[in-house]
Design a protein around this ligand. Structure first.
Ligand code: XMP
Length: 509
């Protein structure tokens, strides 16, 4: 395995992904990781990530310099290189000016890191300070016009530094450099696949659980579905999935999921229809945050009640993913973690005193999808678009009533059907319908109508932090609009949302 020390760069998840793409396992750790723990992890190599700080800042992140004495190869990237040079006695000069953008890289020495790469290539720079003196044993291996020491290496100690970012697309040979580090320098072997991950995870779960009981909150989303599948594979009927139907699901969703999990996947499903409690509590509520709070609270109550019925339950399984872990462990989490926290409606009822099992906590979303495919989960689960915990309550703008939910469900089913039919479902991050509390005038036959407006939202995104409105073909949008207006009583106008995030959000509430 490879350890990435997280100095706070926006790109460090990308480093981990680049390594894993080469089928080598990689874990991100904070700079203050205890050196004994790091040794115990027995890495084949360490990558020091970039970061926004200058090593001269008082609180700049530091990791133990013993890292350079372990005999394990180290690759320092950007700030990581500056840290390494500074710690080992070289000179890093302060600069007020940042070098940012593309640069031509001249390779001076085709060492193990640069093998198979031409004499000149392009690289992506983003740094303030610059290296002006190398520690003993180091040689410059590449330079750019503005950065004479753009890469350096101490071959004997297997220490390498790159002032630019090999992990980003803008450094086209970066992948090769990372590959070279893994296989030429560290001697890793490409063995980390989803199948290997699955069998290891299954063995670990079996060992941890023994003959005790596990419960899991199933939402039907890809994360909870894959978690359930993995745990079921490990302990079979010792797993009970609790599915809380909050009455805010889409057309037929609850029934389909129940059938899929109980009949097709043969899991123990505790299907709780709590719709009435949710709808009663939402009566008269129009404020979005208020809706979220109410839904979150009732969910917890129902879940706890159900969990209490399962005798000897000792474990709670959750589909936590790696980005959540990285964000919560990072000292430089920044605003990202704050924006996301309020989305966590289905969080763990802390007082339940159950031991957590989080088998996906080292995986990224696309890896979870791959794992789902490896475990033969049906396509409709593996490729399901994200759906918010509060469900349709935040898509019926204003008060949530059964009648309005029914209108929205019908319109949304038409939209999703057409999107799937046209082959756009997988390309879109999310596509859904929103019911507005605004009426507009229309004419149907000879009759004047005065009905609601439905808005269609379809976005592309990588991680929901930013999103772009999807440029869907006009004829597809036209078909959706016609069908909704003709088939859904209560809607006489359809609009398409052409706002991006930021400044808008994906959901309307
Ligand atoms: P926004 O609307 O903030 O949404 O751009 C970003 C992503 O988060 C989802 N979302 C939620 N998920 N509980 C959830 O579980 C929530 O309260 C919630 N609000 C938004 C949204 O669907 C999108 O994928």
């Amino acid at each position: 395995m490879i350890i990435v020390i997280d100095f706070g760069s926006q790109y460090n998840q990308l480093i981990a992904r680049r390594v894993r793409e080469q089928k080598v396992y990689c874990q991100i750790e904070p700079p203050d990781i205890d050196i004994e723990r790091l040794k115990a992890l027995n890495p084949e190599g360490v990558i020091l990530s970039g970061g926004p700080a200058s090593i001269y800042e008082k609180d700049s992140p530091k990791t133990s310099s013993e890292i350079f004495e372990l005999g394990v190869p180290v690759l320092g990237i950007c700030y990581g290189m500056q840290f390494m040079v500074h710690e080992l006695g070289g000179i890093v000069s302060r600069s007020e000016k940042r070098e940012y953008g593309f640069a031509r890289l001249q390779i001076k020495k085709q060492d193990e890191l640069f093998s198979g790469i031409g004499k000149t290539t392009q690289c992506w720079m983003s740094h303030g300070d610059a290296i002006t003196g190398l520690p003993e044993g180091f040689k410059t291996t590449a330079s750019t016009e503005n950065t004479p020491m753009a890469a350096a290496a101490d071959d004997a100690r297997k220490l390498f530094g790159l002032q630019f970012h090999p992990e980003v697309e803008h450094t086209p040979d970066g992948k090769q450099m990372i590959k070279n580090f893994l296989f030429n320098v560290c001697g890793c072997s490409p063995e980390w696949t989803m199948r290997a991950f699955a069998s290891e995870a299954v063995a670990e779960i079996r060992e941890a659980v023994g003959n005790r009981q596990v419960i899991l909150g199933l939402s039907g989303g890809v994360d909870s579905s894959v978690t359930a599948r993995l745990i079921h594979e490990a302990v079979g009927d010792q797993l009970t999935c609790i599915f809380v139907d909050n009455g805010l699901l889409r057309h037929n969703e609850g029934a389909r999921l129940k059938k899929l999990f109980a009949q097709h996947l043969k899991m123990n499903i505790d299907y709780v229809d709590a719709s009435q409690s949710f709808l009663d509590a939402l009566k008269g509520v129009t404020d979005p945050e208020q809706k979220r709070k109410i839904i979150g609270k009732i969910f917890m109550d129902v879940f706890e009640q159900e969990a209490a019925k399962i005798k000897n339950a000792e474990f709670l399984a959750q589909g936590t993913l790696y980005p959540d872990i990285i964000e919560s462990q990072s000292a430089f989490g920044g605003p990202t973690s704050i924006i996301k926290s309020h989305h966590n409606v289905g969080g763990l009822p802390e007082k339940m005193r159950l031991k957590l099992i989080e088998p996906l906590k080292f995986l990224f979303k696309d890896e979870v999808r791959k794992l789902g495919e490896t475990l033969d989960l049906p396509e409709e689960l593996v490729w399901r678009q994200p759906f918010p915990g509060p469900g349709l309550a935040i898509r019926v703008i204003g008060e949530v009533t059964e009648k309005r939910l029914a209108v929205l469900r019908k319109a949304d089913a038409i939209l999703l059907g057409e999107i799937k039919e046209a082959g756009y479902y997988r390309q879109l991050w999310q596509s859904f319908t929103v019911l507005l509390p605004v009426k507009s005038v229309g004419v149907m036959g000879d009759r004047r109508t005065y009905e609601n407006i439905a808005a269609i939202r379809a976005v592309t995104s990588v991680d929901a932090m930013t999103a772009d409105w999807a440029k869907l073909p006009h004829d597809l949008l036209g078909r959706i609009s016609n069908r909704i207006i003709n088939e859904v009583e209560g809607v006489n106008r359809v609009v398409y949302d052409i706002s991006s995030k930021p400044p808008s959000t994906i959901e309307w509430e």
